[in-house]
Ligand binder design. Structure first.
Ligand code: ATP
Ligand code: MG
Length: 173
């Protein structure tokens, strides 16, 4: 696991400039079965044109993998997850909103730390190592983006990250 975490932070990105829509559709499709198994509704809402983003698909896939698998494993059956993509001035923002238990204010600053799991998570037998969000943060920052979370106990959680638009897109707008 340590090797995996280290590799992520040190490997050079292998970026491609391409539309992000098909990528998001494919990722959400991959999670439909596991969401369905847990009786969780999964929705993808794209609120932007088919913009070009320069990104490393394998690495960004790991970011979305972790956000979606977290949303699914921490949300109780009957819940809903909404993935929303929108365009900012010179970036796109992807939000993963769940109707799960939410996170206390005091835990929020530590979520992206390596090995941090909200106390009690182990006891409720949800498996994990606490590395996913730390890896996601490192990947997003390597792309020049940001990652953050908004949450309140009982109100679900919304994880968001940004990726800069390709230079071509920025000069068009
Ligand atoms: P790993 O991703 O390495 O398998 P993990 O899911 O426990 O393990 P992270 O993805 O880094 O680790 O998440 C850290 C902790 O943040 C989780 O253990 C959980 O306590 C909390 N957390 C993450 N996502 C959510 C969410 N959507 N709702 C509630 N709590 C969450
Ligand atoms: Mg995780």
């Amino acid at each position: 696991l340590l090797t995996m975490a280290r590799l992520t932070t040190e490997d050079a990105l292998v970026c491609e400039t391409r539309p992000i829509h098909p990528f998001l559709h494919r990722m959400v499709r991959e999670y439909e079965l596991s969401a369905h198994d847990r009786q969780i509704r999964l929705r993808l809402i794209i609120e932007m044109g088919n913009v070009l983003v320069t990104f490393d698909p394998r690495q960004v896939q790991r970011v979305i993998d972790n956000l979606l698998s977290n949303a699914i494993k921490y949300t109780q059956p009957g819940g809903e997850i909404v993935i929303r993509a929108e365009r900012g001035d010179d970036e796109i923002i992807i939000h993963v909103q769940d109707s799960g238990p939410g996170i206390r204010q005091s835990d929020l600053p530590h979520l992206f730390d390596r090995f941090y799991r909200v106390p009690g998570t182990e006891r409720t037998s949800v498996e994990g190592t606490g590395l996913g969000l730390a890896i996601a943060k490192s990947i997003v920052e390597q792309h020049g983006g940001r990652i953050w979370v908004e949450s309140e106990p009982g109100q679900g959680s919304r994880f968001s990250f940004s990726l800069p638009l390709s230079r071509r897109e920025r000069s068009v707008s």
